[in-house]
Design a protein. Structure first.
Lengths: 148, 148
DNA sequence: AACACTAAAGTGCATATGCACCTATTAGCG
DNA sequence: CGCTAATAGGTGCATATGCACTTTAGTGTT
């Protein structure tokens, strides 16, 4: 086997590159839609998933969102600043629990159709079959990686 | 159809959330391996894909890497600072062309096995079938989204 | 040549990401 | 009770991301 060019196609063959590229592309679509209501897709996710939950500590919510705890700490900053969620003291003096405010709930209701529009744009671009394949593949892959 | 709870599972059902979560997870694996040689996966990608290319202008390279031009401008900063690549003047006084330095080429050779190790870790966690499915699905999906 | 238009790249701002490290508090154990 | 472990959370630093805007340089038209 010749081996002069062992540095083959990291961009085409690198799983990480592929998935990051896809994340950038898809994020751009969602962010473009959600900009109409002044949210990023990350912020939308944090708000929408908190809706209906009881006051949730930072660490627990980070786990739910599969996000680093310190990343969550920073990601909620603009949401706290705009009054869409609040940090209330937990049972523990260490703990601080996240809750949606009334404004936050209103925002979730307002942003929902916008999120749906983004979701539909992707769904229409991909078609039903590719959309299902993408969801299934990602879900399966993540389950396998989480198991490690 | 009842519609009292229209705000259904954005985290499970949101394509964007799924793909960003996957990107975080996979990035962590690659970054953990590549930290051994002092690179992030983004930096590895930028170095490895520049190897063998003639001096490439910023904008052109951003397009190759499917990355925003201004993001590339910033991502190359640590690579320029550590002397792994250089910006030389292009044919045009507006243009600045990227090239790997000798140190950069050496780094690519050195980091290659490390990258392979990360790739293999993911591949082994997923198995051959899921790995192929992930690659194919992402490639297909991106082609469909780029077409829009 | 003068002026408008386009192209290449950088900056300001804001967010997203995560490791290493720090602080405060609680739980547990002798 | 007092010391130690573990737990919850925040900060510093560095990178990653991209939109809006600016700067500089080439292009083209009259």
């Amino acid at each position: 086997m010749r081996n002069d060019k062992p540095l083959s196609m990291p961009e085409g063959g690198c799983t990480c590159f592929q998935i990051r590229r896809a994340a950038r592309k898809v994020t751009a679509i969602y962010d473009r839609h959600l900009a109409d209501v002044g949210l990023t897709v990350t912020q939308w996710g944090l708000l929408a998933n908190l809706a209906g939950k009881p006051p949730t500590p930072i660490g627990a919510y980070a786990e739910v969102m599969a996000m680093d705890r310190t990343t969550l700490t920073r990601n909620i900053k603009p949401l706290l600043a705009t009054g869409l969620m609040t940090l209330s003291p937990g049972p523990d003096r260490r703990t601080r629990a996240l809750t949606l405010t009334a404004e936050g709930k209103a925002m979730v209701r307002r942003a929902y159709p916008t999120w749906r529009a983004a979701e539909m744009e992707v769904r229409e671009a991909l078609g039903t079959k590719a959309t299902t394949a993408l969801h299934d593949t990602l879900r399966t892959s993540m389950a396998l990686l989480d198991a490690v």
